[in-house]
Design a protein around this ligand. Sequence first.
Ligand SMILES: Nc1ncnc2c1ncn2[C@@H]1O[C@H](COP(=O)(O)OP(=O)(O)OP(=O)(O)O)[C@@H](O)[C@H]1O
Ligand SMILES: O=C(O)C1=C[C@@H](O)[C@@H](O)[C@H](O)C1
Ligand SMILES: [Mg+2]
Length: 205
Amino acid sequence: MEHEASPSPGSSLGQPTPAITPVELMRLARRIDRPIVLVGMMGVGKTTVGRRLATMLDLPFVDADEEIERAAQMAIPEIFAQFGEPYFRDGERRVIARLVGDGSGRDRKILATGGGAFVDPDTRQLILDKAISVWLDSDIDTLVERVGRKDNRPLLKQGDPREILSRLREERRPHYAQAAIHVVSGQHPHAVTANKILKAIDSWL
Ligand SMILES: Nc1ncnc2c1ncn2[C@@H]1O[C@H](COP(=O)(O)OP(=O)(O)OP(=O)(O)O)[C@@H](O)[C@H]1O
Ligand SMILES: O=C(O)C1=C[C@@H](O)[C@@H](O)[C@H](O)C1
Ligand SMILES: [Mg+2]
């Protein structure tokens, strides 16, 4: 299912998508019975939009990258530099398994994953089985602009960020495409993307 996120408050092919009303939001929040997991490329806005969704739905927000850093007591660039990517991926798999839990009501939360998490077959299967998976996608120009705001993504240090992002996006697309819900976030405010995601979850449930 694909939802184009667009401005004020959102449109696909010129069709406005109305903002979710407070009553719809309350009803939706009651129907959510498992974790909602955001997947997609680095810089697409999983952390930023995830926080907003959690506030709107009154659910806890957890960022997998932050949890990995907390568990390792090290920043992600340091983990990559000292132990390498495979070590980071092992930690990522374990942390996400803990956060998704058994996918029951007890595990209700908004979980923003790191860009590579859904590529791991075990993590992907776990999320597909136990959570509501949302693929947040964006065009390459938007990704390049957004990752440029912070210097904390070690994979982008290995060459030209635009080339790396384009290659990873193509390689990862078939994996991301397995997510239950697909929302495109272009050059639009977070609120527009959050509204699109809520509408998409509402019709998916
Ligand atoms: N809709 C948006 N409009 C404008 N800026 C945005 C939007 N969404 C995210 N951003 C900005 O883009 C940058 C990257 O966003 P964010 O950190 O949420 O991405 P991410 O998907 O969590 O990336 P990663 O996989 O590396 O954790 C941040 O500076 C954020 O404020
Ligand atoms: O896309 C990726 O593989 C990554 C994205 C970030 O969220 C971090 O998880 C890390 O920098 C790796
Ligand atoms: Mg993030």
